[in-house]
Design a protein around this ligand. Structure first.
Ligand code: AMP
Length: 122
C-alpha cells in the first residue's frame, strides 16, 4: 500500500492538526489518543512516512528503527505505566481494523486490560 501523506497523523506531524503531546524527539511523536480505550492511551508515531509495521521494518534506516524503539520506551516512562503494566498494540490492515495508515504503536495502561483478544465465536 502506498503511503498517503494526507492521513491524519501526517497532518499532526506537520502541525496542521493539534495533538496532546506526551513526548517528541527526532524519530517519533507521542500524543494522547482522541478516543481513549483505557486511562492511559497514547499513540507513538515515527516521523517518517511508513504505512504499517512491515513497511517500517523493511524501509526505515537502522537509526530510525532504534530511535523509534527508544522513543516508545521514553513515552512509557513519561506516562508512568511501567510499574502497573501496559500493553503495546500495532494494527495493520483490514483484519486488524487499522484506521490510520501511518504506522503507530498504541500504549494502553492504567487499568486491568483483560485478555489479549476476545474469544472467537463458536
Ligand atoms: P488504528 O485503528 O490502530 O489505526 O488506530 C487509530 C487511532 O487513532 C484510534 O485509536 C483513534 O482514536 C486515533 N485517532 C484518530 N484521530 C486522532 C487524532 N486526531 N488525535 C489523536 N488520536 C486520533
Amino acid at each position: 500500500m502506498a503511503y498517503d501523506s494526507n492521513n491524519i497523523f501526517a497532518k499532526i506531524l506537520r502541525g496542521e492538526i493539534p495533538c496532546k503531546k506526551v513526548y517528541e524527539d527526532d524519530f517519533a511523536l507521542a500524543f494522547h489518543d482522541i478516543n481513549p480505550q483505557a486511562p492511559t492511551h497514547i499513540l507513538v508515531v515515527p516521523k517518517g512516512p511508513y504505512v504499517n509495521y512491515d513497511d517500517f521494518v523493511t524501509s526505515a534506516e537502522t537509526e530510525e528503527l532504534a530511535g523509534f524503539a527508544r522513543a516508545i520506551g521514553k513515552t512509557i516512562a513519561e506516562a508512568g505505566v511501567a510499574q502497573g503494566g501496559y500493553r503495546l498494540i500495532s494494527n495493520s490492515g483490514v483484519d486488524a481494523h487499522q484506521e490510520v495508515p501511518h504506522y503507530h504503536i498504541h500504549i494502553l495502561g492504567g487499568r486491568d486490560l483483560g485478555a489479549m483478544l476476545e474469544k472467537a465465536e463458536a
